[in-house]
Design a protein around this ligand. Structure first.
Ligand code: HEC
Ligand code: HEC
Ligand code: HEC
Ligand code: HEC
Ligand code: HEC
Length: 245
């Protein structure tokens, strides 16, 4: 039987030669350092604030810009009301993307020499619908409706349309491609609903999230924010079945 010391282990040999070889040690150290750098970079990118805010940009078939259409005239836009294009928001669960016929109402005459409008016209002439990609998409087990929110905030309380859309979508009129700006998680929905359940709550407390939303540049003045925080309100549901029916 051979004693332990006579057993040759190839790995052991390698380890010894590495110990002796400075250049090889340097190479290995560099190699593992690089791996570690990549490893942490991947973690950082995955957890970066933008990812946590769920800010997602998608590539759309036509370079439609909200800015050009919805921003005020002084900001180089055409001040078209959100509800002119997203007609259903006031009366149904979905806000809807406007049909091509609505775009052609203007673009039969406007900017017809531009490439993107030529593309638009080709869709129209071939009778195809534009395959817009969804930006916001709640899981199917969540019930959400635009109607109640828009009726309440816009038509009962008289808040400006863009401000109301902004609570949940950010300042869309400044966007070139519509982005998802809010987390749209259960906790986030509830942070607003719970505010509305307690008429005595004036402090930032749980509504922090959506008040930050309300203070987005150009959406709401400080006075408006203050007024909202102190107005007596109707309740918003926090019963499970209301959002999971
Ligand atoms: C001229 C018509 C038009 C006007 C005005 C308009 N939109 Fe849109 N909107 C579109 C089109 C087309 C899309 C689909 C392309 C895209 O997602 O960028 C869209 C997409 C969106 C989306 C993303 C939909 C999704 O897939 O989740 C939101 C949110 C939105 N609009 C909100 C608004 C708000 C808020 C306003 C007012 C500030 C507004 N829109 C004004 C035409 C319009
Ligand atoms: C109420 C009229 C109106 C409607 C409706 C409308 N647009 Fe426009 N659109 C405009 C105007 C005005 C411009 C700016 C034209 C310019 O800068 O020469 C514009 C610009 C654009 C541009 C940029 C063109 C470029 O390259 O500069 C695109 C793309 C566009 N619109 C797509 C759409 C789509 C898609 C729809 C339907 C969802 C739509 N528009 C509905 C009035 C309208
Ligand atoms: C209380 C929050 C809230 C408000 C206010 C709100 N939205 Fe939405 N919106 C959502 C959610 C959540 C979705 C995703 C719905 C889904 O996936 O079922 C959505 C989806 C959309 C879509 C994609 C198409 C659809 O209907 O699913 C458009 C377009 C849109 N919203 C436009 C608007 C406009 C325009 C306004 C203002 C008039 C507005 N929203 C106000 C929360 C809101
Ligand atoms: C900015 C505040 C705000 C946010 C954010 C918000 N809600 Fe609401 N929600 C309300 C208010 C206020 C009401 C009560 C409206 C009324 O009845 O006057 C309401 C009502 C509702 C209702 C009851 C509708 C009905 O038909 O009875 C549902 C369901 C609902 N919200 C789901 C959601 C979901 C899901 C989200 C998140 C994606 C959300 N809400 C985000 C303020 C908000
Ligand atoms: C104001 C609307 C609202 C109310 C009220 C609500 N939820 Fe939710 N819930 C949501 C939304 C929105 C999501 C989806 C979150 C996401 O996609 O990140 C969700 C997701 C969930 C999920 C899946 C969690 C996951 O990690 O995917 C469960 C389970 C759930 N809710 C249970 C409940 C229970 C139990 C109650 C009552 C105590 C309740 N919800 C009340 C809006 C609501």
């Amino acid at each position: 039987m051979a004693s332990d010391s006579t057993i040759t282990n190839p790995l052991c040999d390698l380890a010894i030669s590495i110990q002796k070889n400075q250049a090889l040690r340097y190479f290995i150290a560099r190699y593992f350092l690089l791996h570690r750098v990549i490893f942490y970079a991947v973690i950082l990118i995955t957890l970066s604030p933008t990812t946590l805010l769920a800010d997602e940009t998608v590539e759309q078939p036509i370079q439609f810009t909200h800015k050009r259409h919805a921003a005020p005239v002084e900001e180089d836009g055409h001040a078209i009301n959100c509800l002119y294009c997203h007609t259903y928001a006031r009366r149904s669960a979905v806000a809807g993307i406007p049909p091509l016929a609505k775009c052609m109402g203007c673009h039969r005459y406007i900017a017809t020499d531009k490439d993107e409008i030529k593309k638009l016209t080709r869709y129209w002439e071939s009778g195809k619908t534009i395959p817009w990609k969804k930006v916001h998409d709640l899981p199917d087990f969540v019930y959400f409706t635009h109607e109640r929110h828009i009726q309440r905030f816009v038509f009962q309380e008289g808040q400006p349309v863009q401000q109301v859309c902004g609570y949940c979508h950010g300042d869309v009129k400044t966007m070139t491609v519509a982005d998802r700006k809010r987390p749209l998680t259960m906790g986030w929905c509830l942070s607003c609903h719970e505010q509305f359940e307690d008429p005595l709550v004036h402090a930032p407390s749980p509504a922090e999230d959506w008040k930050v939303v309300a203070s987005d540049k150009g959406l709401m003045s400080a006075a408006q924010t203050e007024a909202l925080q102190t107005t007596k309100r109707n309740p918003a549901p926090s019963d499970c079945w209301e959002c999971h029916k």
